[in-house]
Design a protein around this ligand. Structure first.
Ligand SMILES: [Zn+2]
Length: 71
């Protein structure tokens, strides 16, 4: 919640400029962002899910229909 430095009007956090006088609002000091372990632009958990989906058929494929030797 930042008050306009020009007219003192309250502005929501997501506002970049004062809604009343269009003065550019000073950005509030942000807290330290949480570090996210990212890999190729995606969080690690996404890759874990992808890996699970990808390897699931392979794992269960071992228990698939067995080849019956003929002849
Ligand atoms: Zn203002």
């Amino acid at each position: 919640m930042a008050d306009c430095t020009n007219c003192g009007t309250w502005n929501p956090d997501d506002k970049d400029v004062c809604w009343r006088c269009q003065t550019v609002l000073p950005r509030p000091v942000e807290k330290k962002p949480k570090r996210r372990i990212m890999f190729l632009g995606m969080p690690i958990w996404v890759w874990l899910v992808v890996a699970l989906i990808f390897f699931m058929p392979l794992l269960f494929g071992q228990c698939g229909p067995t080849m019956v030797p003929s002849g």
